[in-house]
Design a protein around this ligand. Sequence first.
Ligand code: UD1
Length: 359
Amino acid sequence: MNVTCVVGARPNFVKISPIIAELHNRCMAHRLVHTGQHYDFEMSASFFADLDLPKPDVDLGIGSGTHAVQTGMAMMGLEEEFEANRPDVVVVVGDVNSTLAAALAAVKLHIPVAHVEAGYRSGDFSMPEEVNRLVVDQISQLLLAPTPDAVVNLAKEGVEGDHVVFVGNVMAETLLRHLHKVKARAKYAELGLTAGEYALATIHRAENTDDECRLRAICEGFHYSSVPIVWPLHPRTRKKLEELKLISELASRVTLTEPMPYLDLLNVMANARMVLTDSGGVQEESCMLGVPCLTLRDNTERKLTVDVGANRLVPVDRREIIAAIERIKNGKYPSWSAPENWDIEVSARIVDALASLQG
Ligand code: UD1
């Protein structure tokens, strides 16, 4: 069986890493295709290095653009790739534009698609990721769900049967497999932070960065936080903060850094008192690390992290953000256990499911 795995953006690299290792261990023929959606060293190459990912067999170099340009460019490159090296199945992960492009390009060539992280739903169609998730799940032949509620979401949309498999969360497996390296680092100390006494912030979603009112509310909340904050800036967030001339005032109160490589970010996360985020993956990683998470969004597709008590939604409002930070700083936060199937066997279950496609 020939498997082609497609990645494009930062969280994809984290999710594909154990799957590539498992395919390699089982001597299953595979190719790794990078669309090039993310291309900065900090956003791409540093992840390949930290995760011991092999160099992609091909990098399509599509870069940035509008949604249509980015998705269209990726589809054109992927169609050529799939025709030249026709796989038996295309594996796509997550919900970024490259995920959508790969699923569309494959299905139109009658190549089965396996979607890792199927069934997550925020119910918010203004999010590009929600549109991507919905379309990819409708056109995939194998749906590999991270949580039981994702299986339920798929069933509500009429997607059910043997081709829906609850495999667990592959990002959790990546974290568990790299935990010894994460613990061996002291990135937080290099930044002058004290373990358990600071918050890690990551903000990059369009709904927060491209809405001036929301971005200002977040900055004010962080500015007046009584807990020191370290905030690695995604390029789009930095650009928006520069446009609004918010950087220098913010930098007087918040430690702003470049985007961090995988192991450094997890080291800073693991030692934080709390996490402030709008990322999907960070909600899950903080849940695995036992660090309370405040999600600065109106909804989340990672509902299980809220249900187990690891994560809370916080309205994007200066006073709400400050109050939520204070509550964690002052109060006791109940502990929780890792959700079912968020373990080191996720990639094995995924590859078992891929192998079953051949009957
Ligand atoms: C994408 C995903 C988002 C995911 C995020 C992880 C989509 C629709 N969104 O958002 O779900 O959480 O990746 O980071 O696919 N840029 C650079 N260098 C890079 C990459 C991006 O400077 O290596 C800048 C460019 O100005 C670009 C902007 O960031 O226009 C946005 O990049 P893009 O890939 O379109 O989306 P992300 O915001 O990264």
